[in-house]
Design a protein around this ligand. Structure first.
Ligand code: AMP
Ligand code: ZN
Length: 466
């Protein structure tokens, strides 16, 4: 039974979706004003693990993951360059998906953009005005927190006094508001100012929080199962999403909330504004593999902070190399027929332990430990040629199961067996003897695509895996 910590109740809870076999989940995506850094990707890789594990458990998952393509930073940067916000965000959206895919994440079912959902935001704001949860002031529309007594139920912040924040993004234009805590739903924009959209309550542009209420409820319904995002979003972003959505519908919004802890560097939160960040591309350029970066990001359970170090990343590099080699060795191992009862039980035990760990608040560290224990056991057997063929099949099946959730063993289709490499090298030698250099180059390229490097030495051709 899957159990995890629900920020809303501050308890570990058994997970029961609204509909037996279906999970509806929403994860706040990136603001596409720059390259995402690996702190952002820690949260998004967790989102991927979450969706994959729910699928592993047999649920039919609808995962909505938005792109914030309008905010003050985007508007300012576009204005500086004298281009539209679409022109400004387009390349960052492309880069984002390139990095997201390269990190081995599965694409969510729905990836809506804020600027494509302005009408849905206007509709919610109109409802909130109609039921007195929102008001107009100097042309902008604000949420009236006094109309939502449950405000604070997610973050558990005590709102007696004039607390406005904890976030850089909170509105500071409080002089226009009835109450300092009230936040902007719709910001007044002049007739000839861009970007701006016409609404029954005046030309303007949306505040930040309303987009996630609009896009989540559009694709998942007014009440849905899981809402996740980074720790910093708990307040005010998620608190405000609840106020907007429940204020408009009168129904519970998300039932389970999961917040990922930060990736830190030298014990300081990695962030754009602090300048202490690495993008995925920075690390790739330094020669680290996407697989190692993914491994590092998921190696610590999401509710624990992860301190980024290059030693840690180097360690992850060796670990993924070991895992990849392990699968290869298992495929190529010399085996006798049948199965050994003790070994078969160990393999099943590793799968059970993997699931038990993931069921326990997505404890990826314990899940990885179960995998490494199995790898050690099987390596010992293989070194004495004692692995039997049915057990070999069971190990390969277990790896498939682990990797359907974690995605750390690398792409199997791209892999090539030692025997296949040697056959291609023989063919290349033959082609060269026949002065068929086109074919010989083709084979070298093919092997290179599969990560095999050839070295022509005086003793013949040597090969190694990249
Ligand atoms: P943003 O692009 O700023 O909207 O952030 C995208 C996501 O990354 C949000 O869910 C943030 O909470 C998350 N995030 C930002 N910095 C970090 C960090 N250092 N570690 C983990 N998650 C982060
Ligand atoms: Zn959001």
């Amino acid at each position: 039974m899957l159990r995890f910590f629900n920020t809303l109740t501050r308890q570990q809870e058994e997970f029961h979706p609204l509909e037996d076999s279906k999970v509806r989940m929403y994860i706040c995506g990136p603001t596409v004003w720059n390259f995402a850094h690996i702190g952002n990707f820690r949260t998004f890789v967790f989102g991927d693990i979450l969706r994959r594990y729910l699928k592993y458990k047999g649920y039919d998952v609808t995962h909505v993951f938005n792109l914030t393509d309008i905010d003050d930073r985007i508007i300012n940067e576009a204005a500086k360059r004298n281009i539209t916000i679409d022109e400004f965000t387009a390349p960052y959206i492309t880069y984002f998906w390139e990095d997201f895919d390269a990190l081995g994440n599965e694409r969510p079912e729905v990836t809506p953009r804020a600027t494509h959902h302005i009408q849905e935001m206007i509709d919610i704001i109109a409802k909130l005005i109609a039921n007195d949860h929102a008001y107009e002031s100097e042309g902008s529309i604000y949420y009236r927190i006094a109309a939502f007594p449950e405000y604070g139920k997610l973050s558990k912040i005590n709102f007696s006094g004039n607390i406005t924040g904890g976030s850089e993004r909170i509105d500071t234009d409080k002089y226009e508001k009835e109450d300092a805590r009230d936040f902007a739903l719709w910001k007044l924009v002049g007739e000839d100012e861009e970007p701006g959209w016409d609404a029954p309550f005046g030309r303007g542009r949306p505040g930040w929080h309303i987009e996630c209420s609009a896009m989540s409820m559009k694709y998942l319904g007014e009440t849905f199962d899981i809402h996740a995002g980074g720790m910093d979003l708990q307040f005010p972003h998620h608190e405000n999403e609840i106020a907007q959505s429940e204020g408009a519908t009168g129904k519970q919004f998300a039932r389970y909330w999961i917040h990922s802890e930060f990736l830190k560097i030298d014990d300081v939160t990695m962030s754009k504004s602090k300048g202490n960040f690495f993008t995925f591309r920075d690390l790739r350029e330094q020669g680290y593999s996407a697989l190692a970066i993914r491994y590092l990001l998921l190696s610590v359970p999401t509710r624990k902070q992860l301190n980024f170090t290059f030693e840690g990343l180097q360690g992850a590099e060796s670990t993924v190399e070991r895992l990849r080699n392990f699968r290869q060795l298992v495929k190529e191992a010399k085996t006798g027929p049948g199965s050994d009862e003790t070994i078969a039980a160990k393999i099943t035990g590793a799968v059970v332990e993997f699931e038990r760990s993931m069921d326990d608040d997505f404890n990826t560290a314990a899940a990885l430990a179960a995998i490494h224990d199995l790898v050690r056991e099987i390596n010992t057997l293989m070194s004495g040629d004692r692995l039997l063929s049915d057990d070999r099949a069971a190990v390969l099946e277990a790896i498939k199961r682990f990797d359907s959730v974690l995605g750390i063993f690398g792409n199997e289709e791209a892999e090539i067996l030692d025997t296949e490499i040697e056959a291609l090298i023989d063919e290349r030698n033959e082609a060269r003897r026949n002065r068929n250099f086109a074919r010989s180059d083709e084979i070298r390229d093919l092997l290179s695509e599969k990560g095999i490097i050839l070295e022509d030495t005086k003793d013949g051709v040597r090969w190694k895996r990249k």
